[in-house]
Design a protein around this ligand. Structure first.
Ligand code: ZN
Length: 192
């Protein structure tokens, strides 16, 4: 086999592995017992080993939280800032190499935020329903969850504006538009 085929094969195997882990993790709810079981298995996988290597190389022997220099890379944990792309699609920005002390703090911070985000099962079910209808079964594999979430809220927001007789500006910025963000909060609270 020539090296081009070799590269192609490696890429295919990688894609298959990522697909396996992302779908296994996405089939169960985040942070549940079952999820942790699969997540621990993922952390033993070749996909995770590669991710870990990339982040450790970026960290270059320092904690990316407090900057402390470590004597060995084994003292650095790779922390997920979020689980949107967990299973092999994590971007470099989703992960950080942290010392034990920073890791503990970071976990607490993330889990508080995740609780906030996941406080409503009703909200999650609606979001999943929207994504399934629009993109089909494998939506999480091919689409960024955050982007789909914004699409979902925009869809509701447009309907809400129409019903209330407000002007809907199709060019609004979902990251800064206060009316939109306030509306988003009300959907999260289940008020809409
Ligand atoms: Zn640190």
């Amino acid at each position: 086999m020539n090296s081009q085929n070799d590269e192609w094969l490696k890429k295919k195997i990688w894609e298959q592995e990522v697909k396996k882990w992302t779908s296994r993790l996405n089939q169960v709810k985040i942070n549940t017992e079952e999820w942790h079981k699969i997540y621990r298995a993922y952390q033993q996988s070749s996909v995770w080993a590669e991710k870990r290597k990339q982040i450790l190389s970026r960290a270059n022997g320092r904690c990316e939280g407090c900057g402390v220099i470590v004597v060995s890379n084994s003292l650095l944990d790779i922390h997920h800032l979020n689980y949107y792309r967990v299973g092999g699609n994590e971007k470099m920005d989703d992960l950080k190499a942290l010392c034990t002390s920073c890791h503990k703090k970071a976990d607490r911070k993330r889990d508080n935020q995740t609780d906030e985000r996941h406080r409503s099962n009703h909200y999650q079910n609606r979001l999943r329903g929207f994504a399934l209808r629009k993109y089909g079964e494998e939506w999480l594999y091919y689409h960024d969850e955050q982007e789909v979430e914004i699409e979902f809220i925009t869809f509701l927001y447009k309907k809400h504006c129409e019903e209330c007789g407000f002007d809907f500006d199709p060019h609004f910025d979902p990251e800064t538009d206060l009316d939109f963000l306030q509306f988003w909060d009300s959907v999260l609270d289940g008020d809409d």
